[in-house]
Design a protein around this ligand. Structure first.
Ligand SMILES: NC(=O)c1ccc[n+]([C@@H]2O[C@H](COP(=O)([O-])OP(=O)(O)OC[C@H]3O[C@@H](n4cnc5c(N)ncnc54)[C@H](O)[C@@H]3O)[C@@H](O)[C@H]2O)c1
Ligand SMILES: O=C(O)C1=N[C@H](C(=O)O)CCC1
Length: 246
């Protein structure tokens, strides 16, 4: 069976890579490759749409897809709890429709997040440094925010309080952003693709977990897995860790 795939953001860095990856896969084909301003009516044949667009555009795109009974695989970042709740509401009357949102489709990034959640039970002090190319629209990265939330959830489950921080005087921003009590520092430089370090500190030791995406092809096996999976996974799934057999 061949899955008919639509791509939104097809002229962007990720969308163009997705079009190539879908075209190169034996079990799916691109039926529409659209970008901003294109007519979404061209998605009529699509069973699954892959969205790599912009945090400001993705909710309207998803509203269109759900209304037209099209499954969605979403790599676009910028999902707050409020947005996820709104999406769950939209999906409620559509029990067979699937939406998969993953802040990072690279296998190593998913594993790094999982390892960080494991480590969080043993180290009260954790900070994240995420490093990306300088054309990225959002900060902190969706991956870093997701990692911070996973660390916070692991802390809550294990009854671990965030470690002490004696800073009393600081220049605005010097300690990064706080996501659920985890400090996140964002670096933007040309030459980078997508990188994340999760640092843990304990008595006389530190542990650093690092992942590097050196090319956007690193995200493609995860995206293709998402396309194959979302057809038989109704409802909202957040995070590729829920799809992979980890
Ligand atoms: N989940 C992951 O693994 C992963 C990996 C890389 C990037 N991302 C995220 O994907 C998003 C896109 O990243 P990028 O580097 O490809 O950006 P980009 O700017 O290169 O591409 C985005 C494209 O989307 C288009 N677009 C904007 N609004 C649109 C709309 N309403 N409909 C159709 N197309 C629209 C733009 O014109 C542009 O061509 C960002 O949110 C980024 O953080 C996620
Ligand atoms: O290049 C980007 O933009 C990326 N965005 C995602 C994020 O915000 O976590 C994933 C990595 C690449």
């Amino acid at each position: 069976m061949t899955v008919n795939v639509g791509v939104l953001g097809a002229r962007g860095r990720m969308g163009a890579t997705v079009v190539k990856a879908v075209e190169g896969a034996g079990d799916m084909k691109v039926v529409a490759a659209l970008d901003a301003g294109d007519d979404f009516a061209a998605l009529a044949e699509a069973e699954v749409v892959v969205d790599f667009t912009h945090p400001d555009a993705v909710m309207d795109n998803l509203k269109y897809l759900v209304a037209h009974d099209i499954h969605a695989v979403v790599g676009t970042t910028g999902f707050s709890e409020e947005r996820l709740a709104e999406l769950r509401g939209l999906l409620e009357p559509k029990p067979s429709l699937g939406v998969l949102i993953a802040p990072n489709f690279a296998l190593g990034a998913v594993l790094a997040m999982r390892f960080a959640a494991q480590a969080a039970k043993f180290y009260a002090s954790a900070e994240i440094i995420e490093l990306h190319h300088n054309r990225k629209a959002d900060a902190p990265s969706g991956t870093a925010a997701h990692t911070a939330r996973m660390i916070a959830a692991a802390r809550a489950e294990a009854g671990v309080a965030p470690g002490p921080d004696a800073t009393t005087s600081e220049l605005d921003g010097a300690r990064g952003a706080s996501v659920e009590d985890v400090r996140v520092h964002s670096v933007r430089l040309p030459g980078l693709v997508a990188h994340e370090e999760i640092l843990f500190g304990g008595e006389g030791e530190t542990l650093t977990i690092r992942h590097d995406s050196l090319d956007r092809t690193s995200f493609m096996p995860g995206v293709l897995l998402g396309v194959r999976t979302v057809l038989t996974r109704p409802g909202l799934t957040v995070g590729l860790e829920n799809v992979l057999d980890l």
